[in-house]
Design a binder for this molecule. Structure first.
Ligand code: SAH
Ligand code: SF4
Ligand code: F3S
Length: 534
């Protein structure tokens, strides 16, 4: 019998990309093969995002396309994984009976069993085909066995980049799951559950194996990644080894390290990975919570040259009144103090973030405060989102969504324009400098978009729409500046992909810097192409 082919499409954040990688590894081990073409697959899986309504509507349209194929008689198994499954729960199954499998992000270790149940029996009940955490993860301070199983998914990950379906040179490692912040607009604490920290030894072991498999760059992931803190000696272990641990309350951070307790802080974790896995040329982390950026983290970044000086720390708003309604726990002044301290300790650092416009009750003055912040702070870039009321959040219950879509759109454009000017200013300060660029792709000038339409029964994948590649290379600096370079004459562009090379930055726009390869500084020697090889 030929192997079953799976099409897996990912929506949402990097955490979801990593989840998809783990799912792919897990199913590959069981003999499933993967295709980029949904038409060639017997199993179609969507790993979904719930953070904004728009993220969900894209998935509904995909579900509609596959549903119609199923109704037309094609034998496809359709699975909805991730945050949307968790948020919508069984209601989604009732609306879309063509969905065979639902699996929340905290239950992905159960996916093979769900697929088995759905494939083997027409009579499998909804319960056999559904794994959702509900609010179970918030009911107790101790970890349930379920979460230990989830840890096994990370522990058994496929390190071979071909099996994992990722670049060989860039990888992601989860250090915390879930979130305890409860920003009033945000669905993530409901979909991902309580904050859980992974043991440092598991994380370092994973980084080492990824480096052995060729990863040059590792990105540590967490919703509030710099909130990481692991208290050793806790009772919960898996076969004598340390186990993931529910995050401590805020008090633990205020009172420091308790007497007699051995603790690994985020700064200590960064230093351990940096020192113990020297083959990693770049260590990055996202997303940071501004209030949790202690001086110890910034000083560790200063002292460890292979930790990227890149701080993605969303401000969300410049208005203290709105920040309070959002439950962000800091004022604009405190954010600015964090940015000033970061730039004092790490003058080369780039700062990026997110803003939400049109949060309930946001006045012109509140919005102007966000604009002022984007004008004054050297943000390399900001992702700007229109407020989207999400079921299950505090904001949807407490505040009326009283800012019209027109006003949200207008504010979004205004802030985007200001950010474009700020990005261009920040980029200009880099011109004339030589930086190390990790070359990621040979690119076409315009990125092809997948053609999705509600009326289509098929869609073209991104890969299929790519044009033949010209000779422009694109990569990123440690500070996440995007740089394009021309391939030197006579050289094969694809030989450069996955290399770290010194580049002299020559000109720039708001989106992109352009540079040329130089014979300058190379980090680290063993993993770069030397000028002589060009
Ligand atoms: N944990 C990260 C980001 C989580 S979601 C953090 O706290 O920074 C990514 C971004 O989506 C958020 O930073 C926020 O700007 C945006 N976002 C989250 N919920 C939203 C909502 N309901 N409407 C609009 N934007 C939202
Ligand atoms: Fe959402 Fe706030 Fe947690 Fe980020 S910190 S995931 S915005 S609740
Ligand atoms: Fe979306 Fe879930 Fe990530 S809601 S942003 S996929 S944590």
């Amino acid at each position: 019998m030929s192997a079953t082919t799976v099409y897996l499409e990912t929506f949402g954040c990097q955490m979801n990309e990593l989840d998809s990688e783990l799912v792919r590894g897990q199913l590959s081990t069981l003999g499933y093969t993967f295709s980029d073409n949904p038409d060639a697959a017997q199993i179609v899986l969507f790993n979904t995002c719930s953070v904004r309504e728009h993220a969900e509507s894209k998935v509904y349209s995909r579900i509609g396309i596959v549903s119609r194929r199923k109704l037309a008689g094609e034998n496809i198994l359709l699975g909805v994984l991730g945050c949307m499954a968790e948020r919508d729960g069984l209601a989604l199954l009732q609306r879309y009976p063509q969905v065979d499998i639902m699996c929340g992000p905290g239950e992905l270790d159960k996916l093979p069993a769900l697929i088995d149940a759905a494939r083997r029996s027409d009579t499998a009940t909804a319960a056999d085909r559904t794994a959702l955490a509900g609010n179970r993860t918030r009911r107790s301070a101790a970890l349930s066995a379920v979460q230990d199983d989830l840890e096994n998914l990370d522990l058994s990950r496929a390190f071979d980049p071909v099996v994992a379906g990722r670049n060989s040179f860039a990888a992601q490692v989860r250090i915390t799951r879930g979130c305890n912040k409860f920003c009033t607009y945000c669905v993530v604490p409901n979909t991902r559950g309580a904050e859980v920290h992974r043991p440092p030894d598991h994380i370092i072991d994973e980084c080492r194996k990824l480096a052995d498999a060729g990863a040059l760059e590792i990105t540590l992931l967490g919703q509030t990644v710099n909130h990481y803190r692991y208290e050793h000696g806790a009772a919960v272990t898996i076969s004598g080894r340390e186990a993931p641990q529910i995050g401590p309350g805020l008090a633990a951070f205020r009172t420091g390290i308790p007497v007699g307790k051995r603790v690994t802080t985020f700064a200590q974790l960064l230093r351990r990975i940096h020192d113990e896995v020297p083959a990693i040329a770049r260590l990055r982390f996202v997303t940071s919570y501004p209030r949790d950026f202690g001086r110890d983290i910034l000083e560790t970044m200063r002292d460890c040259p292979r930790i990227c000086r890149y701080l993605h720390a969303p401000a969300q708003s410049g208005s203290d009144r709105i920040l309070k309604l959002m439950n962000r726990g800091y004022t604009r002044g405190e954010y600015e103090a964090f940015a000033a301290e970061a730039l004092e300790i790490l003058p080369d650092a780039t700062i990026a973030g997110d803003f939400i416009v049109g949060f309930p009750t946001e006045t012109d003055e509140d919005f102007e405060a966000s604009c002022d912040m984007v004008r004054k702070l050297p943000f390399k870039n900001n992702f700007i989102f229109k407020y989207s009321p999400r079921p299950g959040t505090v904001a949807i219950d407490r505040f009326k969504d009283d800012i019209s879509n027109e006003v949200k759109k207008f504010r979004n454009n205004v802030l985007l324009n200001l950010q474009t000017q700020t990005s261009a200013r920040v980029h200009a300060t880099w011109i004339g400098r030589t930086v190390d660029v990790l070359i990621e792709e040979v690119c076409t000038q315009r990125d092809a978009q997948p053609a999705i339409g509600g009326v289509e029964l098929r869609w073209e994948t991104k890969a299929a729409k790519m044009q033949p590649a010209p000779t422009t290379l694109r990569g990123r600096t440690g500070g996440d500046l995007i740089v394009s370079m021309d391939t030197p004459q006579g050289a094969n562009p694809s030989d450069f992909v996955g290399q770290i090379m010194p580049v002299l930055l020559q000109r720039g726009s708001a989106l992109l810097l352009h540079g040329a390869f130089t014979t300058g500084l190379v980090v680290p020697q063993s993993r770069s192409i030397s000028a002589a090889q060009l």
